[in-house]
Design a binder for this molecule. Structure first.
Ligand SMILES: Cc1ncc(C[n+]2csc(CCOP(=O)(O)OP(=O)(O)O)c2C)c(N)n1
Ligand SMILES: [Mg+2]
Length: 278
């Protein structure tokens, strides 16, 4: 049953109306069972493997395991909001700050600096993609200058990987999202950003890990650091946790491309299941 109301007011009223009523044990066990199944799914997705390039989920799993309960986890844009939304097993409320309202690239590092001011006894742990890092990183310097330490994990998958995925899922060929697909007038090797040198240049401590198994030790060094610490890791740009959800993204009405025509047909079929708000 849909309830349209201020959430806090309606919960209070519902609670009063329900009185002593409680759900049945059998229904409760359905919930417990579902929860256990979910935790198992997350464990499988996030568990470490001996892979050359980790997935976002594996990095999320590592941080989940290593962070202190009161640390504030922060992200905003790219693949990370969905990966954290799906794979973070929260130990308490208020631990996870996903700026998913606008999903604004650049929020991450600035927010980490602010979180340290608000919660000086804990570490803000910022998870940020290479694209978002490039968009706004100067508060690394601010945090070092003002003594507000945070831990920043830069996940480098060589560009705007989630937008590349969206581009492909909507029947388009890769263009201008992954760095390797960017139109460039430059010949020869692709210029790569040295995130470690960059972060060090802003006054932080920084290191790059070359394998997932090195993450724990790097995180320990980050925890022990007396100033902002940046851990850089390469990420597989093709590995994603399945969202099992349908996203309405505008597609062209007309196409002469068979693959794209199929995507449009599937999308129109998916639209039939859309539950419209009242
Ligand atoms: C300020 C802003 N500009 C553009 C976008 C659209 N956008 C969403 S994710 C993304 C790419 C982010 O790249 P990266 O941080 O490397 O994450 P990845 O996609 O690789 O997971 C872009 C351009 C946005 N969310 N915010
Ligand atoms: Mg990226």
């Amino acid at each position: 049953m849909a309830v349209i109301s201020d959430a806090r007011d309606s919960v209070t009223l519902l609670s009063k109306t329900l009185g002593d009523w409680a759900i049945s044990d059998s229904w409760k066990s359905v919930a417990v069972c579902e929860r256990e199944g979910w935790v198992e799914t997350v464990s499988k997705r996030t568990e470490s493997t001996d892979t050359a390039l980790p997935s976002y989920a594996q990095i999320v799993g590592k941080v989940n395991h290593l962070a202190d309960v009161n640390d504030r986890i922060i992200t905003a844009a790219g693949g990370l909001p969905a990966e954290l939304n799906m794979n973070w097993l929260a130990s308490q409320s208020g631990q996870l700050d996903i700026e998913f309202g606008f999903s604004c690239m650049g929020y991450e590092i600035a927010a980490g600096w602010g979180a340290k001011m608000a919660m000086p006894d804990n570490d803000p742990i910022v998870l940020v993609g290479d694209g978002s890092y490039l968009m706004l990183n100067s508060d690394i310097y601010s945090s070092v200058l003002t003594g507000h330490k945070m831990i920043i994990i830069v996940c480098d998958n060589g560009g705007f990987a989630v937008i590349n995925k969206l581009q492909n899922n909507t029947g388009n060929t890769s263009f201008n999202n992954l760095l390797k697909d960017c139109a460039t007038t430059r010949e020869g090797e692709l210029p790569c950003v040295d995130f470690v040198s960059h972060a060090k240049g802003l006054g932080a401590n920084a290191e790059k890990i070359n394998h997932l198994k090195d993450f724990d030790a790097a995180f320990e060094r980050a925890k022990a650091s007396n100033k902002t610490y940046v851990i850089v890791t390469d990420i597989d740009p093709t590995l994603w946790s399945s969202t099992d959800s349908w996203w309405e993204v505008g597609l062209p009405e007309v196409t002469d491309n068979a693959d794209r025509a199929k995507v449009i047909k599937d999308w129109e079929a998916g639209r039939q299941h859309q539950r419209r708000g009242v």
